[in-house]
Each structure stands twice: as C-alpha cells, then as structure tokens.
Design a binder for this molecule. Structure first.
Ligand code: CU
Length: 266
C-alpha cells in the first residue's frame, strides 16, 4: 500500500542525520517493532481506522512506576539514562498523570532529540527493549503521519513525545497529564505491564522499563511481597521477575552496528 515513493515523498530523510536507518521494505516503514513516527508536518485530522483516541475516565487510585536500571552503561551513546516514570490517575480520574525524573541523556546535538513512547508489550527479564514491540496504538494510526500536537486524540496513544515533545536535555524532570491513557487493566489504553522506551533520533532503543503497579503502603519498596526493586507484578506467577533494562544497549557495539540493527528493527 505504501511504497518507497511515499516514504520518500514524506521526506523521511529530513528526519535525522546520516545515521538514519533506511526503510527496508517495499511495504513502507516497518512498524512491527515500533518505528520512529514520521516527524514531518502533520496531515490535519488524520487518524487510523480506529478513529480518534477516546478520553479515558474513571481511572482508579493506583500507582505504576517504571524504574530504569542504574547498572548498565550504554557504550554506544556514552550514557546511562536512569530514574523513574510514575503514573497515577489524572484529575478526577481522567487520563493519566505522568511524572518523569530522568537523568543521564546523551548528547542531544549528535544523538537527539530523543523520542519516547509507551509500547504495546512489556520487556522480558533480560531487558530486551526490542521485545516491547510496536507503539501502543489502539486506533491503529500507524507511523506514516506525524502526531498532530494540537489534536492529540488523533495521535498514537503511546506516542508520548509526539504529543508532549521530544527530550533535548541531559535531564528530563517534568509532569503532565495525558487524557488518552488508562490505568484500568484490560482496556486498550492500559499502560500497566507495558514498556516505556527511549530512542535516539534514528529510532535506536537505548533504554526501557515496564510500568509496574506499586502496591499501596509499599512506600519505596520495603513491604512484604515486593521484589528487590520494591515493586510487585500484578501477576507474579506469569513471567518471573520485574524486568527493567536496556537490551538494546549492545555493550561495546559501535553506533554503526546499532544503526544497522535499527534498520531491521525500527
Ligand atoms: Cu518507542
């Protein structure tokens, strides 16, 4: 449906620098792994076949935390992004308020700005960011049109940087409410047990962590039943320990190798 000509017409080459991976299929930008959403001018009002995202009301009083690892250093970027992203219900239970306390971003001039998204799946215990799959996109909007900031209901629900801006600084400490996310398990917009992934500007996944529910009264993680990170999986028997990590961090790999990988796994 979408050929290389359309990709070219979209001006993809303008997205980034010489490190930008080349779209590798005649079917358009590969999306199964969660591509870098097209960064050019939006097409006003464009939605996927699922139409506009719906405002998520009646969110429960629950807290989910994505804890980023502090034990790994990314040789390819010279960085160690650390910190947390905390998710609670928005005002009157509408939407989700996200609070970011991130530090350690690499040089934005050469590797940024840094997009970040909620992806459709959790990462496994080995921290493999690629396993997070594509973006959380319940309206099936896809990657070929950039997020229209003035109309966030048209964007991919998980495209946080599309809706709220890329990261361009060494630290990222902010808070905002996104109305198109949910804390209700089982809903299409539910972010729990899904990964939040940070990319370099060419879509390489440089770190990731899962949103895991923090049980009431567990404080910073000393209550019975918590694991070493102080957070507890709602389904502790499912897949083992909480996974935080950054398997895209190929220690010692050159940026060139990562770019080659990114070309296959956007
Ligand atoms: Cu992403």
């Amino acid at each position: 449906m979408y050929g290389k000509s359309l990709v070219a017409a979209c001006g993809l080459a303008a997205v980034a620098n010489a490190q930008l991976p080349t779209p590798s299929t005649t079917a358009g930008i590969p999306t199964v792994e969660g591509a870098l959403t097209y960064q050019g001018p939006p097409v006003s009002g464009f939605t996927g076949p699922g139409g506009n995202a719906t405002v998520q009301a009646n969110n429960p009083d629950a807290t989910y935390v994505a804890r980023f690892p502090t034990s790994q250093f990314d040789n390819s970027t010279g960085s160690e992004i650390a910190g947390t992203v905390t998710a609670v219900a928005g005002p009157q239970g509408t939407g989700v308020t996200l609070t970011f306390d991130w530090s350690g971003f690499p040089d934005a001039a050469s590797l940024g700005p840094f997009p970040y998204h909620i992806h459709a799946m959790p990462i496994p215990a080995d921290g493999n960011c690629t396993a997070a799959g594509p973006h959380l996109d319940p309206t099936v909007r896809g990657e070929l049109h950039s997020c229209e900031v003035a109309a966030p209901q048209t964007c991919q629900a998980g495209d946080l940087s599309g809706k709220h801006g890329n990261i361009t600084t060494p630290t990222f400490q902010t808070s905002y409410t996104d109305n198109f996310l949910s804390l209700v398990p089982g809903t299409q917009y539910f972010i729990g047990e899904k990964a939040i992934v940070v990319h370099t500007t060419n879509a390489t996944r440089i770190t990731c962590a899962n949103f895991v529910q923090q049980l009431a009264g567990s404080g910073n993680g000393t209550s019975a039943g918590s694991n070493s990170t102080g957070i507890v999986l709602p389904t502790p028997s499912a897949t083992g320990p909480v996974a935080t990590g950054a398997a895209s961090r190929a220690a010692g790999a050159s940026m060139g190798l990562l770019v080659a990988a990114a070309a296959l796994f956007l």
